[in-house]
Design a protein around this ligand. Structure first.
Ligand code: NAG
Ligand code: NAG
Ligand code: NAG
Ligand code: NAG
Ligand code: NAG
Ligand code: NAG
Length: 506
């Protein structure tokens, strides 16, 4: 979850429209469509200041499904062979919807497993993210090769090639790891290429593609409410207050000041607010909460920015602090805390601004850190739109499914409409099986606080694919390095994964 200097939540799932954006031109929202800026899996914390492994490059096929197209491109990967002993397995960390970070080659729970199982470790960056650029730019015509199926075929080619390059003895077992969207890929890779991948650890992976992911905010609500019911009732009360403020000129200017809006919410001649901007404003506020909940208390490294450690308890202590004023003021205080944490001077929420940024197809655009690519994958494969439809009380029902479908069309063109989206989602579930995925030696790991668990397997359905559901942890928590403050059930989950690996590798 980190990007450049700050780490930003721009995670994976498409959340919303305008979220916090830096003022500089390189600024792009910290959380968009459920994806944190930089990708949903954060950077692990490490005290070891030693050097990171150098990037290596792999000659990869552009289109795995058209043999007449022989074009190739360079895909970035990293290796750690320090622990490897002949006879040991090969571990493959699957890159996802953001740049691959070399820090993962030195730390994280998979490195602990690699040490004890004497594994050779690889991390392969996902096509179109980070520095793995298959095409000269991100124009729609060049995005056609960006799909999970192509990414899985990349992984399969990579495994086959590395077996040669590193003279991996015949019969060596590969284990795939991934968190968030790569968690889904880890499961699908094992299901589709069982002859190449012996087992997978699939963390926080949504397996069911779905347009209207309204359950996301159910979990946000539950996670906040279990901290304190007052935390949620403050939000509900603030929503009515914001709605009242939007009805008068004076109220609108008060909102601008309170929430540090880069541009005011305006009324038109007939005294109506632009519905898209109002939706974008509420979705931005919802995205603030989503980002806090999704990552609350995990062990990510917070690069650069100070005070980014805004967890559920911290957020709720602000929301229920009546000396900060009326509920709307407390929500505004929380917003200011986030703006400060991400070194952002004002809240760039407008619909137009978000769409304009997402339309930029250059590799040097701020959204090329992954925002545009992830949006493409949601519009053409997964949906995963975190709508307001499930919890209209929380922050109003301003961003239903149509709001997100419209974004697909506004960013990629009118063909990318609701019909195409639903067709794409149906195809994805036919391709992978959704929650009925039938495979073996895959462990599904989820945290109860993480809203993404709602689209994953949280209970063991098939004995050959156990599920570990960790009460009280956030997105991908088990993948980060252990910390003394870790909950006992998180420690137990890490151990359970290790013993499954022992069992599967023996
Ligand atoms: C592999 O990881 C270990 C543990 O962090 C580290 O000490 C070692 O330097 C790494 N090796 C390489 C080649 O990066
Ligand atoms: C509101 O009006 C001001 C002044 O005309 C303009 O600069 C701003 O972009 C408008 N805001 C929105 C959200 O349209
Ligand atoms: C974040 O805050 C929690 C307590 O709220 C604390 O345990 C943890 O160490 C903090 N992390 C950082 C990076 O400051
Ligand atoms: C509530 O907010 C006030 C004003 O900022 C602050 O002084 C006080 O410490 C806060 N109380 C709690 C319990 O956080
Ligand atoms: C915050 O952003 C400003 C420019 O908007 C920049 O000058 C400053 O160095 C940044 N601060 C940090 C801590 O990165
Ligand atoms: C989407 O566009 C296609 C043509 O590309 C059209 O046939 C279909 O009716 C459209 N669907 C909607 C919901 O507008």
């Amino acid at each position: 979850m980190t990007v450049q200097k700050y780490n930003i939540w721009y995670t994976f799932g498409f959340l919303t429209m305008s979220i916090l954006v830096f003022q500089e031109s390189s600024a792009w929202r910290m959380f968009h469509l459920g994806r944190a800026r930089g990708g949903n899996l954060g950077v692990p914390r490490s005290d070891d200041g030693g050097p990171l492994p150098n990037a290596l490059w792999f000659d990869q096929t552009l289109d795995h499904f058209d043999h007449l197209d022989v074009r190739t491109w360079s895909q970035r990967y990293f290796v750690n062979d320090t622990f490897w002993e002949r006879g040991g397995p090969v571990f493959l960390m699957i890159g996802g919807e953001g740049p691959a970070n070399a820090m993962w080659m030195k730390t994280g729970s998979w490195i602990d497993y690699a040490r004890s199982h004497k594994a050779l470790c690889f991390l392969l960056e996902h096509r179109y993210y980070g520095k793995s650029h298959p095409t000269p730019d991100l124009k729609v015509k060049n995005l056609r090769w960006l799909s999970s199926e192509q990414a899985l075929a990349d992984l399969a080619s990579f495994i086959t090639a590395m077996n040669e390059v590193y003279s991996v003895p015949a019969g060596t077992r590969w284990v795939a790891f991934g968190g968030s969207y790569p968690g889904s890929l880890a499961a699908w890779l094992r299901a589709k290429y069982p002859h190449l991948v012996h087992a997978s650890v699939s963390t926080s992976g949504p397996l069911l593609a779905k347009a209207d992911f309204k359950e996301y905010y159910d979990v946000v609500w539950d996670s906040l409410a279990s901290q304190s019911p007052e935390c949620v009732s403050t939000l509900v009360a603030a929503t009515s207050q914001i709605e009242a403020l939007t009805r008068t000129k004076k109220g609108l200017s008060e909102l601008q000041t309170l929430f540090k809006l880069c541009e005011p919410l305006n009324t038109t001649s007939n005294n109506k607010i632009d519905e898209l901007d109002l939706a974008a404003f509420f979705e931005t506020l919802a995205g603030n909460l989503a980002g806090i909940v999704q990552y609350s208390g995990d062990n990510r490294e917070f690069e650069g920015a100070k005070g980014v450690n805004i967890t559920i308890p911290v957020a709720c202590s602000v929301l229920q602090n009546s000396s900060l004023g009326a509920p709307v003021r407390r929500v505004a205080t929380l917003n200011s805390l986030l703006l400060t944490a991400y070194n952002t001077s004002c809240l760039d929420y407008t619909y137009k601004s978000t769409i304009q940024q997402l339309r930029d197809y250059s590799w040097s655009a701020a959204v090329a850190e992954g925002g545009r690519q992830w949006m493409w994958q949601t519009c053409t494969e997964f949906g995963f739109y975190q709508t307001s439809s499930g919890k209209p009380d929380l922050l109003g029902n301003y961003f239903p499914l149509e709001y997100f479908v419209r974004q697909c069309a506004d960013v990629f063109g009118p063909r990318y409409n609701g019909t195409l989206l639903q067709h794409a989602i149906d195809q994805t579930n036919i391709e992978y099986g959704g929650l009925a995925v039938d495979t073996s030696r895959v462990v599904f790991v989820h945290g109860s606080v993480d809203p993404w668990h709602a689209l994953g397997i949280t209970h063991t359905l098939l004995p050959k694919c156990p599920a570990i559901y960790i009460k009280g942890t956030a997105h991908c928590a088990n993948m980060y390095p252990a910390a003394p403050s870790d909950l006992p059930q998180l420690k137990a989950a890490r151990k359970m994964i290790d013993s499954l690996l022992t069992q599967w590798l023996s």
